[in-house]
Design a protein around this ligand. Structure first.
Ligand code: 4AD
Ligand code: MG
Length: 478
């Protein structure tokens, strides 16, 4: 008999039919004569109820059916007597594929803290919460490829190992095969990277953008979707050392085209989640509602599904950095000295400022543009005021910055001048500069932090809970 997925079995109304399912026990309860097993196989958040007539099965087998055990069950699909499900499975044959010693199995049918589950990240997929999060994560990855494919963008695989620092921020992980204890040295006593694997210093990439630009200048519209790495020592609920980024790059787009794409992209993805992930979203919404009950009224956030509907249906605010600074300076928290970080033209906005703009002031997602050139990367298009660049950050409720992007400087001389000012090694970047020498054209792009986006969609509070195995400072378990 062919195994069926529980999601299909639950949808089917073919009572009387014999089916075979395989999955893991979530709970077992019952009496002397009859047992009820909730079986889950990951295909849906819903469990299939297995009805077991005790007298038909071996005692030892039934004793070993405990939470976490893997089972293969065949039987007859019947109309369910109990509430909560349409159909249930009357077990005819049960095979225990793998037991889970109840004294040792950490995931018991009770509420575990997220911290505990992070320490047991290898098993946390087996909880409703993480099942929902990772099914949604999958759906969003799929929706991203679907979105770009339908728009004629090409998926481009940019390298993970690179010798250039795309963001010029120097927060990179070194990739080397040199002996760390006794590295070869030059006559001057410095490490001799010519003898390293790549013949020069190499790192894990912080962004696929620079290579993405090369593709866009021929293929027209490309996107990358891959892992990126940042060795910034930020222990926050919004930062990972290894995260996934989606970076579209488009020839002939100016900053407005770039904003239009970013806004449409985000709304389409949220719409996809609402249309395709409702069971999981509903579960997460209920979970959040329970959590919010313990918070004071004024700190409660919007209901999850309502929040997603609202963002999917709203026009994002577009506002310059300069206007944002003025708004912040006129704000109550500023006047009452409630902001931890300074607000002044020229400083980078912190997430407390971003969240004030989005959650308190505009009450909608905000796209901030034209940032001071000093706080942005070398490749951004220089505005005529000589002070700002054509940058755009998309700010979301509860998250702050979710997208960072810009129009790119396409003028060779302006770009080289800026690179020199910012100590970017011009000679090593000859290949990047070549796009500005041969057929240069206006172009733009942005980067969406995938985990930040998943945080938003799932309503989870910590970025460590939306990637299977988080990498953060002092933490690379699993
Ligand atoms: O703003 P960032 O640094 O932009 C770039 O890397 C550009 N090269 C993108 C482009 O124009 N193609 O990063 C983009 C996004 C941020 O807005 C944020 O969502 C996410 O990546 N991000 C992180 N997510 C998790 N952990 C970190 N440490 C992150 N750093 C950035
Ligand atoms: Mg940024």
């Amino acid at each position: 008999m062919k195994r069926e997925k529980i999601i299909e079995v639950l949808k089917s109304n073919e009572t009387g039919k014999t089916v075979l399912v395989k999955g893991w026990v979530r709970t077992k309860r019952g009496s002397k004569n009859i047992n009820f097993i909730a079986l889950n196989d990951g295909s849906t958040i819903h469990n299939l109820q297995i009805v077991v007539e005790v007298e038909n099965f071996n005692d030892k087998l039934l004793r070993n059916i405990t939470t976490g055990a893997a089972l293969s069950v065949s039987g007859e699909l019947t109309q369910s007597q109990g509430s909560g499900q349409n159909v249930e499975l009357r077990a005819q044959e049960i095979e225990l594929l793998g037991g889970a010693d109840p004294d040792k199995y950490p995931i018991q049918p009770k509420r575990h803290t997220l911290e505990f589950l992070r320490e047991n990240a290898h098993l946390r997929f087996r909880t409703n919460t993480f099942g929902a999060v990772f099914r949604i994560r999958h759906a969003m990855a799929f929706a991203i490829h679907k979105y770009f494919n339908e728009k004629g963008f090409y998926y481009m695989h940019t390298p993970i190992i690179t010798a250039s620092d795309a963001e010029g921020a120097g927060q990179m992980f070194r990739v080397s095969t040199l002996d760390p204890v006794n590295p070869p040295t030059t006559e001057e006593g410095e490490i001799d990277y010519t003898r390293d694997f790549f013949g020069k210093p190499a790192n894990l990439t912080v962004s696929g953008q620079l290579e993405g630009e090369l593709g866009a200048m021929a293929l027209g519209e490309i996107y990358t979707f891959g892992p990126t790495f940042r060795a910034e020592n930020s222990n926050t609920t919004r930062h990972l050392a290894e995260f996934w980024m989606i970076e579209p790059e488009m020839a002939f787009y100016d900053l407005t085209d770039n904003m239009d794409l970013a806004e449409d992209f985000l709304k389409s993805l949220i719409r996809y989640a609402l249309d395709n992930c409702m069971d999981d979203l509903q579960f997460l919404a209920n979970r959040l509602r329970e959590e919010e009950k313990n918070k004071p009224q004024d700190q409660r956030s919007m209901e999850l599904i309502e929040k997603l509907e609202s963002v999917a249906g709203s026009d994002f605010v577009r506002c310059t950095y300069t206007e944002a600074i003025e708004i912040l300076k006129r704000s109550k928290p500023y006047k009452k000295k409630k902001f931890q970080f300074p607000v002044d033209w020229g400083v980078d906005l912190q997430s407390e400022h971003e969240r004030f703009l989005v959650e308190k002031h505009f009450k909608r997602p905000v796209i901030l543009i034209n940032y001071p050139k000093e706080i942005k990367a070398f490749y951004m298009k220089q505005n005529d005021d000589n002070k700002t660049v054509g940058a755009m950050d998309v700010l979301f409720p509860q998250i702050g910055e979710i997208i960072g992007g810009s129009q790119r400087e396409e003028d060779y001389n302006k770009l080289v001048t800026r690179m020199k000012e910012m100590d970017i090694p011009v000679e090593e970047m000859w290949w990047y500069l070549d796009t500005r020498r041969f057929g240069s054209a206006p172009h733009s792009g942005f980067g969406l932090g995938f985990e930040r986006f998943i945080l938003f969609v799932t309503g989870m509070g910590n970025i460590r809970d939306v990637i299977p195995f988080p990498r953060t400072p002092k933490n690379a378990e699993f």
